[in-house]
Structures are given as C-alpha cells and as structure tokens.
Design a protein around this ligand. Structure first.
Ligand code: IDC
Length: 374
C-alpha cells in the first residue's frame, strides 16, 4: 500500500483544486422533484462521463474548511483490524462514519464529487459506502442486468473517494437472492477485477455480501462463499479490510462468533433499523464484541426495517452511543432523494451537495447533526 505523508497529499490536493479553480461536476440526469418516481422509473444514464464545467459553488470555502490535520486517508492510511477494533496506520482505534448510497444504478446522479465533498467537509464524514445491488426484482437496475453500467458507476464513486481522500466501501449488495452462493462466480470475477484495479489504494474496503437472508446460514452458505471470495481479493490486495455479511439480513453475528473465518483483517456486518431492532440486538452486539468479534455496522436506518414508517431517534441515539463506546464504524442508509423515510435528501434537494436543512429529510437532518457533533 502506498504510504504518502498526509501533508504532501493535502498540499497536492489543495494545489490541484486551486489550479482547477473549480469542482468538477458530473452529469446529473435527475433533476426537479423526483420523490414520486419509483426506483424502476429512475432515469439510469449509461453515459456517466464527467462534464467538466465551472461551478458556482464555494470551492474556496470548502477547502478552507479542511481541518489542519488533513483529510481522512492521508492522515489514517491503510486500516486494519486489531482484536475487535478497526485501527489506522498508526495502530490507533479509528471509527469510520458516513453515508451509504442507495442502489447506485437507481440513483446514479448522487455519485458526484460535490455531493461527496459536502459529506466530507460539511457533514464531517470520512467514508462513503457504494451499494451495488447484485440482483433485484425485475427492475433491471442491478449488476446482473447491467454489469458494465453498474461497474462504471461504482468506479466513478471509488475514484471520487480517492480524489477526495475518503474511504470507500465497495458493497456487493446481496439482498435478493438471499443466498450469496448463487452468484459466487460473478462475485469472484467482480472482486478479482476491482481488487486488481485498486490494489495500491488504502482507501478501499470490500464488503462481499450485504445481507444474506431467506434461510442462508453461516456455516452452509455465507462462510463457504466468503472462503471462495476472500482469497481472490487477498491475492491482489493482501491487506485490505473485508466486511462479511451475516445471516438474517446481517443480524446473526453470533453465528460468526462461534465459527470465525481464519483470515486477518476481516470484520463482520451487523445491520440495524432503529425502530425495529432494539435491546435484543444491542445485547447480541455487546456479547459478541465481548467475545472478541470485530463488527462493522455497514448499514443502519433511523426508521423501521422496511426503510419506511417513522424515525425513532431515541433508539438511534442508544445505538450510536453504543457504537461509539465500542469503536464500531457505521454508515447510514441512504444518500438519495426517494420519498422514503430512510432517505436523507428530500425530492427537491437534488443530488449535487451543499444541501440546506430544508432540503434534507428528518432523518437526513438528524444524521448530519450527529456526524457534525463529533
Ligand atoms: C431498500 C430501499 C428501497 C428499495 C428496496 C428494494 O430503501 O427504496 O425499494 O431496498 O429492495 C436493507 C437493505 C436495503 C433496503 C433497506 C430498507 O440492505 O437494500 O433498501 N434495508 O428496506 N436491509 C434492511 C433494510
């Protein structure tokens, strides 16, 4: 992995940005009020070429907002796992906090530099999770129906994170079907290729199966799948952190605790939706961490598990306080403006960042304030 001094990267970054005098903005096919538009109706543009143009946005303000100590990856470098902790290049416990995109091909316009820059400099986050749905219910907007388009958007997101010196989680978003083994060959092909491409970048974290479900068990499905995919990533990128989903929509971390994978730098995913999952799951988390399991909350919502219903901020607070206490990293679902409780941006908010509070949903406002409170 590249080891570059934080200061050099910061100076380079600032010089390049000042030379350009602008933020590049990517094409954003979706405009106006899209809240009434369903996922399948989202206008997925296969042309995701950058459209470099002068921006009226406040690039200088954003630059001066960068903390003295530098931007995330230049300061913290290659992450690894030590005991239950995610640690930085100096071996110090480090917590990633950030937003997860919605399905990349469903909301392609949110993959743009100004949006991620706002997440970094205003919301004070250090990671973006890039959710690439593997298969879905007949809407065609997923990897199995559009490999190249999905892959292009994913790489666009990763490249923006690298440019902005943020961490990027490459999420193979297994949801349907619930058994990750079903697309093992495709996963191997995909992870071999991306891990080759990004082998020298300390920014990247691989998440190999979002949420196994529908009876997929740890021992029978998830672990055998992980044992096929992890060595493929390791052959190209020996020290990247890899997150592995757990059964029952990434809730059964206890199954992993009793039957751990034998690789280093592996973390196990726990997902919660605060109005559905409460003390029982929090207690499971505590006991698994006490038992030595490194856990990563790669997805959570402030609402119920459908992504809808009302927000429950008092339960979310209990969750996030516990995660802070245990140094567990987390990503909030989702950076999108679908008319859904879990989405952070209102329909009128658009995808280009610099959102005012009136353009954020209740959940968006709340989570932004939480991120900024650190
Ligand atoms: C939901 C989206 C919703 C979409 C649905 C399709 O919010 O717009 O129609 O997926 O399947 C998860 C999943 C995540 C879900 C989310 C909310 O990882 O893909 O997104 N959720 O239901 N696990 C628990 C909840």
């Amino acid at each position: 992995m590249k080891k570059i001094s934080g200061k050099i990267v910061l100076v380079l970054f600032m010089s390049i940005t000042m030379l350009c005098g602008c933020h590049r903005e990517f094409s954003t096919p979706q405009g106006g009020n899209s809240s009434a538009v369903s996922d399948s109706e989202q206008n997925y543009s296969s042309d995701i070429t950058d459209s470099t143009q002068d921006s009226e946005s406040n690039s200088e303000e954003n630059i001066s907002d960068i903390p003295e100590s530098g931007t995330p990856v230049s300061v913290h470098g290659q992450l690894s796992v030590n005991g239950t902790n995610l640690v930085d290049k100096n071996g110090k416990p480090y917590q990633l906090r950030g937003m997860s995109t919605h399905g990349l091909t469903w909301f392609p316009d949110f993959v743009n530099e100004q949006a991620f820059l706002t997440l970094r400099d205003e919301w004070k986050t250090n990671v973006v999770r890039l959710a690439m749905y593997v298969d879905e219910w007949n809407n065609g907007q997923c990897y199995m129906n559009n490999k190249q388009g999905s892959r292009d958007l994913l790489e666009k997101g990763v490249d923006i994170c690298i440019k902005l010196d943020m961490y990027a989680i490459i999420d193979w978003h297994v949801l349907n079907p619930g058994d990750p083994l079903k697309y093992t060959n495709e996963a191997i092909e995909f992870f071999d290729s991306v891990s080759k491409k990004y082998a020298d970048k300390p920014n990247i974290i691989y998440e190999i199966c979002n949420e196994p479900n529908s009876g997929a068990s740890w021992g029978g499905n998830v672990k055998p799948y992980a044992e096929k995919v992890i060595p493929v990533i390791r052959a190209n990128d020996p020290d990247a952190v890899i997150i592995v989903g757990t059964p029952t929509w990434s809730q059964d971390i206890d199954q992993a605790l009793s039957d751990r994978l034998s690789y280093d730098n592996v973390m196990y995913a726990l997902h919660f939706y605060a109005d559905t999952h409460r003390d029982d799951l929090r207690n499971r988390l505590k006991s698994c961490v006490e038992g030595g399991l490194p856990v990563f909350v790669s997805e959570f919502g402030c609402c119920d598990a459908s992504g809808g219903g009302g927000n429950n901020f008092s339960e979310t607070t209990k969750w996030l306080d516990l995660l802070d206490e245990l140094n567990i990293s987390y990503c909030n679902w989702a950076l999108a403006n679908k008319n859904e409780t879990c989405c952070a941006i209102l329909g009128s908010g658009g995808a280009n960042g610099n959102w005012s509070d009136s353009q954020l949903s209740e959940s968006g406002k709340w989570i932004k304030n939480r991120f900024m409170s650190y």
